[in-house]
Every structure is written in structure tokens, then in C-alpha cells.
Design a protein around this ligand. Structure first.
Ligand SMILES: [Zn+2]
Ligand SMILES: [Zn+2]
Ligand SMILES: [Zn+2]
Length: 329
């Protein structure tokens, strides 16, 4: 990741100062493009998507203030740092009115204040204030490699590389970023959650609908139509492979005539026979048992970065890297 800076300034001495200051204090990779005139500045903005513009007041073809006004007429929206000489603070105030994000006095640039200012305005222009920066970083890393994050059934986000941020933090960051349109949440399905605590983590068990006992077997069942008995095929099967009804002891003859298959049936350990066991969910978080009818339904999302999200994340990570590594001596 690289920071792209445009510097609009024709004075060679000032150019040298800014170049030296950036070389000395900017702790991350950057590209500095210098435009000698406002006209050149417009040209460069057409060519490159700059992250920040440093704009001098005194320029050969128009003043920095007029340049700001012209920029405002275009869709250019990147932060601008205005530079004036000492004693021209009135101009600086004007510049802020016309959309400059910060202003610096020329003599202070060499002190590293420039780098601090860049870091602050990038941060301001990027992510929602209270977002967890580690979570944002992880999201950005995952999305830059995979293009999407899927939240899976047990709320474990599935991604490669694996996400090191706790699931809660990640989910919070994802929903916050979705709210701000930085991410687009696509609904991919529905999962159930605990009606008591909303947890998505549970185990599923089967119970006998008659007695509630949990141990059961299943098998292919037959119905002897002559006497109405239903039982597993294994109970009809004799040693010689012939089928005999265990209830009325009559042999089964022709399928569809005196007996039929009734698909898969279940039998509990107390001998109840049923074709649909009761499904019981047990919440891993609060222990509540609930049926499918009682469960909450939750939409399942997958997240992709929006264009503004990609840009915001990039800026905030740049800002974070600058402020994390910047030392003003
Ligand atoms: Zn039972
Ligand atoms: Zn029978
Ligand atoms: Zn629960």
C-alpha cells in the first residue's frame, strides 16, 4: 500500500523542504508528485487518484484559494492541506471555508507537522470513529485476497487466511461497516438461533415424539396391509430371506398387494415407532432447549467491499500506519 501525494508548488526551495520532510518523517511508502502550476495540478488529478493534496497559496497561474474554488466545482473530494507563509492566517481561514482540511504555516512544515496532519486527515476521511482498527485491518486483508467474507452456520466467519480477530469483534465491525455503506451485505440463506440468547451455536438432537427418549434406531419399514402391522424390514426377514409378519405370523406375498414399503421409520428404545423424530436444539451458550418452531430465524450474509469501503479502508490503514510509526523528534 502506497500513499499518493500531490504537491502543488512552484518554489524550488519549498519543494526541497517538503521532499526532505517527507523523506525524514513519513514512515510508510509514498509517491510524491509535484505540480508547478494549478493547470498542471488539474492534469495530475486527472491521471492519478491521489490520497491527499498539499497546496501552496502562491502559484504562478492562480492563487491557491482560486484553485480550491475550481476544485470544488469538480467531483474531486480528497483532503487538501493548505500551506501559507507566516502572517497569512486570514488566507488560511478562507482556505478552510473553501474545503481545505487543514492548513500549515510554511516554517512549520520541516518540523514534521506535515506528516502528522496527513495522518489525521486521512483518519478523519476514512472509517467510522469507534470501529476496531484490528478488525478493520483483518477485514481488509481478507477481502483484498478473497473478495468476500461469509458468515457460516456457527457464526464462525470462514475465510482464508483465517481471521485472528475474535468473531464478536469481527461481526460488530462488519455490521458497522455495512451500516455506513462501506460493505455490502448479501443475504445468502437463513440460520436458526436460540430464542433465549440469540446464540448461533447449538447442538441438534433427536427425540421420540411419544416418550421423549433420545436413543433410537432407524431403518426401512414395511407395512403388512392384511393386519396393519408396521415394523422394520429386519423384523419380517427370516433366516431363509422370506418375509413373515411378526404380528400375525402370515408370510408376506406380493409387494403393493398385501404389504408395502413405508420408507424410513424410527424406533425409540421404548419401542415406539414413528416416521419423524422430534428435533431438539440445545443452545451451547445458555443451555436452553428449543424446537424448530420456537427457534429464531436469522439471515445469513456474505460481505463484499463497496467502492467507498475499499477506499476508506485503504485510507484508514495508511493513517493508522503513519500514526503508529510516526515520531516527531
Ligand atoms: Zn418412545
Ligand atoms: Zn400381519
Ligand atoms: Zn441460548
Amino acid at each position: 500500500m502506497q500513499l499518493r501525494i500531490l504537491y502543488v508548488e512552484d518554489n524550488p526551495d519549498d519543494q526541497v523542504i517538503v521532499k526532505r520532510t517527507l523523506a525524514k518523517y513519513m514512515p510508510i511508502e509514498y509517491v510524491l508528485t509535484v505540480a508547478e502550476t494549478c493547470a498542471k495540478g488539474f492534469e495530475e488529478i486527472e491521471k492519478t487518484d491521489f490520497d491527499v493534496v498539499i497546496l501552496d497559496y502562491r502559484l504562478p497561474d492562480m492563487t491557491g484559494l482560486d484553485y480550491l474554488k475550481e476544485l470544488r466545482k469538480t467531483k474531486f473530494s480528497k483532503p487538501i492541506i493548505f500551506v501559507t507563509s507566516r502572517g497569512s492566517e486570514k488566507i488560511a481561514v478562507e482556505a478552510m471555508k473553501f474545503g481545505a482540511k487543514d492548513y500549515l504555516v510554511k516554517d512549520d512544515i520541516a518540523s514534521g507537522e506535515l506528516v502528522q496532519s496527513i495522518s489525521e486527515i486521512l483518519m478523519e476521511a476514512s472509517l467510522p470513529k469507534n470501529i476496531d482498527i484490528e478488525a478493520a485491518k483483518q477485514i481488509y486483508q481478507i477481502l483484498s485476497e478473497n473478495k468476500k467474507i461469509r458468515i457460516d452456520i456457527n457464526s464462525e466467519p470462514t475465510s482464508e487466511p483465517k481471521c485472528a480477530v475474535p468473531t464478536d469483534e469481527l461481526l460488530k465491525a462488519l455490521s458497522m461497516m455495512t451500516e455506513k455503506s462501506l460493505l455490502i451485505a448479501e443475504e445468502t440463506g437463513t440460520v436458526i438461533s436460540c430464542p433465549q440468547c440469540s446464540s448461533l451455536s447449538y447442538s441438534l438432537s433427536l427425540k421420540c415424539p411419544d416418550c421423549g427418549v433420545g436413543s433410537m434406531t432407524k431403518g426401512e419399514a414395511l407395512e403388512h396391509m392384511t393386519c396393519g402391522h408396521v415394523g422394520f424390514r429386519s423384523e419380517f426377514e427370516q433366516a431363509n430371506k422370506e418375509l413373515v409378519c411378526p404380528k400375525c405370523r402370515k408370510p408376506l406375498k406380493i409387494i403393493g398387494v398385501d404389504y408395502k414399503k413405508v420408507e424410513i421409520w424410527y424406533r425409540c428404545s421404548r419401542n415406539h415407532l414413528f416416521n419423524a423424530p422430534k428435533t431438539v436444539f440445545t443452545c451451547s451458550a445458555c443451555g436452553r432447549e428449543f424446537s424448530l418452531d420456537e427457534a429464531f430465524l436469522q439471515p445469513l450474509y456474505q460481505y463484499v467491499l463497496s467502492d467507498s469501503g475499499a477506499e476508506a479502508l485503504r485510507l484508514s490503514l495508511l493513517a493508522h500506519d503513519i500514526s503508529g510509526n510516526f515520531t516527531k523528534e
